[in-house]
Design a protein around this ligand. Structure first.
Ligand code: ADP
Length: 494
């Protein structure tokens, strides 16, 4: 099918239609050129108020939560279809907005529609309620109800996947939503409003507003919002908790930063270390390291360091960035000048702290022609240095060695985060001990280098520490968008 080449409408969408924005003017910078691609207007506090009113009405009096489950299911399937019918346009939008290679962007559109389908299918299959033991003349049911109006705030690193991860479970659970994408990469998400509307989802159920921190704050502060869900940095997660706390009580899901370790245990000496190194490079440098679960710290047993480092540097070289719209590009520019500068600062601080830079991604830096940076690898990284403590969110890998498993665990846990970890071992005792001891929400124990998506749609986990809280993904993630209500039916004696 022909897909439109017209620019995506970035105006707020609520009450089932595009609205004229009244907020400040923002610029969309193309990170591949460093130039302004286009301008758009943020949703003002008034726009947010109207969007929340729209979602409120659609929840309180609208048909969504009381619709027969099969009908809601069909509408979400239709939504997945409209997304797929515009996949090329959506992929190009993400690629232009944040520099994602077009091949990766295409895959992500399929993942996003897959999430919507997964949760559509769950609507009439997932019912975690129970009936309590009671005296004979009482029946107590414990049912899961939608929470109401969900305010969702997403980041720029996987724009459409992050939006679908909020929309899918929130809508399937019967909530209505006000969603704000990142100001750095808003286009694909803004277009989802049109696609939801075309699919027949009733007015007010899906509301999407553009904007930056101020727009997000207005959403968080609105007392009529029943739940917050956020993916982004730890600092913004903290700000959201502060703002939210000043305006009543709202449950929230926060998926924030990470500084995730990849541990290669001594028993992997006989394994395919070249394959392992390629996998380590992928986990560190994919999406230019702009991934909260990026494995940005390599902890390798000292006996294997040299055998791992050489193929690792070779594998890293395949992540040299190129123009995002070209078919065979595997890595694009950094998503923004701010992110680009943050990485440069982190590299300089690492050198100053005494770490050894064995691969320097700045060699290809050229900010006037886009925010391009190659992968960087540091060895001999001192404990406690920023390279192993702070989330850089860029293609920078810090390598440390260990002698004993306990030392590896201490190094792995020496950050404030608790998001994800990988442990390479074939020793089942070691696997069990490490996976219990390394603080992480999603842990991968792996004995051979294979490229797998794992449980993908069914994958669920809860971060810990400064990485956030609340279960995201899978059916348990859908339950996060519901509240448990108990009802006692008291009949008395006949
Ligand atoms: P990054 O620093 O990587 O850009 P952020 O955590 O700042 O990531 O942004 C993630 C999302 O949070 C974006 O949609 C952004 O506009 C939004 N945001 C930023 N600051 C605030 C805030 N104070 N309140 C609500 N949302 C915010």
């Amino acid at each position: 099918m022909e897909q439109s080449e017209a620019p995506i409408d970035l105006s707020p969408f609520y009450d089932g239609e595009r609205q004229t924005p009244t907020g400040e003017k923002l610029e969309l910078i193309n990170p591949a050129t460093g130039m302004v691609e286009r301008e758009f207007f943020a949703a003002s506090n008034l726009d947010v108020e109207m969007a929340v009113s729209s979602a409120r009405r659609a929840f309180d009096v609208g048909p969504w939560q009381n619709m027969p489950p099969m009908a809601r299911r069909q509408l979400l399937f239709a939504f997945a279809e409209t997304i797929e019918s515009e996949s090329e346009r959506l992929a190009r939008a993400d690629s232009t907005d944040m520099g994602k290679p077009i091949s990766a962007a295409r895959q992500e559109i399929a993942v996003a529609s897959g999430f919507i389908r997964y949760y559509a299918e769950a609507i009439d299959k997932f019912y975690p309620g129970q009936t309590a033991p009671t005296p004979v003349d009482v029946v107590e049911t414990q049912t899961y109800r939608p929470r109401g109006v969900v305010a969702a705030i997403t980041p720029w690193n996987f724009p459409i996947v992050n939006a679908a991860l909020k929309l899918g479970p929130a809508l399937a659970a019967g909530n209505t939503i006000v969603l704000k994408p990142s100001e750095i990469a808003p286009s694909s998400t803004m277009h989802l409003a049109t696609l939801a509307h075309e699919a027949g989802i009733p007015a007010g159920v899906v509301n999407i507003v553009p904007g930056a921190a101020q727009t997000g704050e207005a959403m968080v502060a609105d007392r009529r919002v029943d739940m917050l869900t956020f993916t982004g940095s730890t600092a913004t997660g903290q700000a959201i908790m502060r703002t939210s706390g000043e305006h009543g009580l709202k449950p929230m899901l926060l998926e924030c930063g990470g500084k995730c370790p990849e541990i290669v245990c001594a028993d992997m000496g006989n394994a395919d270390l070249g394959g392992i190194a390629a996998s380590i490079a992928r986990s560190a440098f994919d999406n230019q390291g702009q991934v909260c679960v990026a494995r940005s710290r390599l902890l390798v047993h000292e006996s294997l360091l040299d055998q791992v480092l050489e193929p690792l540097v070779s594998a890293a070289k395949t992540f040299v960035p190129g123009p995002p719209h070209e078919e065979d590009t595997v890595a694009g520019p950094m998503a923004s000048r701010a992110q680009y500068e943050k990485v440069l600062t982190a590299i300089e601080a690492g050198i100053e702290a005494g770490a050894k830079l064995i691969m320097d991604g700045r060699a290809i830096a050229c900010p006037d022609e886009g925010f391009y940076l190659g992968p960087s690898v540091f060895t001999e990284v001192p404990d406690g240095c920023g390279l192993v403590q702070d989330e850089i969110f860029g293609p920078v890998l810090a390598v440390q060695t260990f002698r004993t498993p306990e030392e590896a665990i201490t190094l792995a846990n020496a950050t404030s985060y608790g998001l994800a970890a990988t442990i390479w071992t074939r020793d089942s005792h070691m696997a069990h001990h490490m996976s219990r001891s390394v603080r992480s929400g999603r842990t991968r124990v792996i004995g051979s280098p294979v490229n797998t998506m794992g449980a993908l749609f069914a994958h669920c986990f809860e971060p810990c520490g400064q990485s956030g809280f609340g279960i995201d993904g899978g059916l348990r993630g859908m339950a996060s968008y519901m509240r448990l209500q108990s009802t006692e039916y008291i009949f008395g004696s006949p």
